[in-house]
Design a protein around this ligand. Structure first.
Ligand code: NAI
Length: 329
């Protein structure tokens, strides 16, 4: 039996890992892990996946006692409870991309606030006038950070550099960080009401699904919204309404609610639930809007972060580190 396997790991990642002196064999696959190709994984002790692999109970059947090594911080794409019940350890790579994702967050904020995408398009069309390109300063504006973990804290550091005021919400507030970095914790309701810009940095769980829905968008007023965390944190239908009625001025999204289906018509057609199909259509509506910018889940994608992911994954596999569930069998 092979001891290690990285699934859907091509290009740069593959050549980087091939140069490493590893204590286990490693086999590379181009596709994501699915119920259809799960048989290929059956002979390996470890399967390593990225976020587009949906690692459900169906996929994990007969995987008892092995390991799923996520090459990501988020592990909402893995059924960790089922894995634990089958003695399957699931590990992640925390903290590989705090600055990386925080920088991308500000990339989106600046794109929206200074209309950088529109300015570039204009010049490419030979139009050098700045009509329609007036933006907004960040200095003095109030940034609302939802989730003050590793990435949220980096976002706050950058916001301080821009002379912004910061408010934050988190069920587990870090009071020391609040005093060190000069920000204030408020309720989520107050945050969405008071912030000029709201940015999401919490994990997707059963509790945080649709964390921003009609109720929150109704409290916003000309607010800029940025999401580099997970698409399902936002109720897409409610966001479209918010954009239409002016509660939300504009949105910058690195992640979409129907991610994995929006970009692939064949995948989308495989959806059985009418509601899921509707979300795919709503995501398309968002992408086509002038007041929304979308990047393709690219927040993590820097040279340095990719190296940290690869190195962190190897360490997890070799030393059994960063297990996020309690494998019991
Ligand atoms: P972290 O675990 O360090 O911090 C998450 C914070 O969210 C914690 O402080 C937690 O208490 C807080 N939280 C939990 N529930 C909350 C709620 N209901 N309201 C407000 N805060 C809540 O995680 P980290 O490293 O900061 O990453 C955050 C998320 O960013 C990940 O879970 C992942 O989904 C996403 N991510 C996205 C990437 C991208 O490429 N776009 C790359 C890496 C992470």
């Amino acid at each position: 039996m092979h001891e290690g396997r990285l699934v859907r790991c091509g290009g740069w990642e593959k050549s980087y890992l091939e140069k490493k002196d590893l204590s286990f064999d490693i086999h590379f696959f181009d596709e994501s892990l699915t119920p259809e190709n799960r048989e290929k994984a059956s002979e390996y002790d470890v399967v390593s996946v990225f976020v587009e692999s949906s690692v459900t109970e169906k996929v994990l059947k007969d995987f008892e006692g092995r390991m799923v090594a996520c090459r990501s911080t988020g592990f909402d794409h893995v059924d960790t409870d089922y894995a634990a019940s089958e003695g399957i350890a699931v590990c992640n790579v925390p903290k590989y991309g705090d600055s990386t994702v925080a920088e991308h967050t500000f990339g989106l904020i600046l794109t929206l606030n200074r209309k950088i995408n529109k300015a570039i398009e204009k010049v490419e069309d030979g139009d050098f006038s700045n009509e329609g390109l007036r933006g907004y300063d960040l200095a003095g504006k109030k940034l609302g950070v939802v989730g003050t973990g590793s990435i949220g804290k980096k976002v706050i550091d950058i916001a301080n550099g821009f002379d912004m005021q910061v408010i934050a919400s988190d069920p587990y507030p870090d009071r020391e960080a609040a005093s060190e970095k000069d920000f204030m914790y408020v309720s989520r309701k107050d945050l969405v009401k008071k912030a000029d810009i709201v940015t999401l940095h919490c994990p997707l769980t059963d509790e945080t699904k649709h964390l921003l829905s009609k109720e929150e968008f109704d409290l916003m007023d000309d607010t800029v919204l940025v999401n580099t965390a997970r698409g399902k944190l936002i109720d897409t239908e409610a966001l479209i309404e918010g954009l239409d009625d002016g509660g939300v001025r504009c949105a910058g999204l690195d992640v979409l609610e129907a991610e994995g289906y929006v970009e692939d018509d064949v995948e989308a057609l495989s959806l059985e639930d009418q509601k899921d199909m509707e979300v795919v259509l709503e995501d398309h509506l968002l992408i086509d809007r002038d007041d929304v910018v979308v990047t393709p889940h690219n927040g993590f994608n820097s040279v340095e972060a990719m190296q940290r992911i690869a190195d962190g994954t190897i360490e997890n596999i070799e030393k059994g580190k960063n297990i996020v569930n309690r494998p019991g069998k």
